[in-house]
Design a binder for this molecule. Sequence first.
Ligand code: TYM
Length: 352
Amino acid sequence: MTRVFSGIRPSGRLHLGNYLGAIKNWITLQEKHDCIYAIVDYHAITTPFSPEELRENVREVALDYLAVGLDPKRATLIVQSQVPEHVELGWIFQSISPVSWFERVPTYKEKIVQHPEYVNLGLLAYPALMAADILIYKADLVPVGEDQLPHIELTNMIARRFNRMFASPSRHSERSEESRGSRDGILRRSTPQDDSTGFFPPVKAELTHGARIMSLKDPKKKMSKTGDEGVALSDSSDEVRQKIKTAVTDSGREIKSGNDKPALTNLLTIYSEVSGLPISKLEKQYAGKGYAEFKAGLAEAVVKFLEPIQKRRRELEKKKGYVEEVLDAGSKKARPIAQKTLEEVKKKMGLT
Ligand code: TYM
């Protein structure tokens, strides 16, 4: 059975970008596959945080997971820090990977500009822990938004490196291959045959149509969990209307998508995703009409889309202890799988 793994940092409430870029696929995939979905709290401490907020955010994200339709009977929902084997494998991966692989990761470069006062080693090593999250379950598929593709690429590089160093019959060739390879020691791509026979299987990213939802304030930036850049799944109808009303638009009056209209393209993508109507149909519907009418229509479509999610959320909030129970059971179910992989890894490395 195909194994699926994905995760979200509990650094705030989930927004439409998270949903349309990733979780929408999680829900479909849980029907047919063996899915493990994590709240990756160890990743959340690589950027500024407060302990109270972190605790609260883990619960908020779990409520969002359940409210959007992740079903604990179908998918295993875990908290990363409750399965500490992730971190142990992450350390191993850091120890076998060149620093240069991490220094060029786009999100690292973005984060050190965003938080110059908080440039820590964890932030640099972030993708090694992410690789461990995925590979500890030997996942085949990782449903994520487009921004995560460099991390998935790095996960495969780390997996191939581990396979060559410790889990392939021809592992003695590792050194010579590296010295023949690029200056910084990045191994050349292995053949598909190498990948499929290795200890860690190759990992594939699974993208949605809305794989990149942009900020309502700046269409050059992706929608994030901060400020009013995004619509949170738990925003009230009034908050949604206000955020969409004040969303930036492009110059001109036409309601059209295109490379020269990044803000409208983004708004049309959101409208299309939440309403199920194709962008071409929406463009026709709003031809000759102004931005105000278009935004009002979009706001109502988003409010309508969020209504059942929020209703379910309110019901879940009333069930005392339920969220904790789900996360506890999920983490307990996942842990033996993680322990088994880690044991095998340690044995191969002489760490017994
Ligand atoms: P995070 O918490 O930033 O985002 C969670 C998921 O939401 C997607 N996403 C978006 N998709 C489209 N448009 C957007 N504006 C947008 N913003 C966020 C992200 O692509 C992601 O799929 N590194 C990960 C967390 C992680 C992880 C993992 C993911 C840790 N370990 C293992 C998969 C597998 C992150 O920071 O996601």
